[in-house]
Write a protein that binds this ligand. Sequence first.
Ligand code: CA2
Length: 147
Amino acid sequence: MTSVLVLNGPNLNLLGTRQPEIYGHTTLADVEDMCAAHAETHGFAVTCLQSNHEGALVDAIHAAKGKHDGIVLNAGAYTHTSIALHDAIVGTQLPVVELHLSNIHARETFRHKSFIAPVAVGMICGFGAAGYTLALDALLGHLGRTT
Ligand code: CA2
């Protein structure tokens, strides 16, 4: 069975608690439930992880090799800074779909740069929590599965 890791980075544990005008009212637990329900409906396995620590995210990407077929990654603010996450993706060669709740290109200039984008299959941003299921479908399509 196809297996996908949904990996969320720093501060995404705060989803639904603050800045709802940018990130919506959906909590991280809601997002993870949505991903699990989508996996159940479409017959694939999903594991959800979140960390506020860059090294833990690197470790999670390394550990995904051989265990998962691909990753949906919302690297949060590390998107804009982390060569380590970029290198981890290159190192594992796992397909990654980059995901952002907000449209990072319509926000501050410092959010326009992504170190993930050059090594991702593609990016989904600006669709709020619905982006997670869009990203899962995009990844499954890339892996040759239709949902
Ligand atoms: O739009 C996204 O998904 C982001 O990855 C979210 C990151 C931000 O740094 C990126 O530029 C875009 C921030 C996540 C913080 O989420 C919070 C949610 C509620 C309250 C405070 C922070």
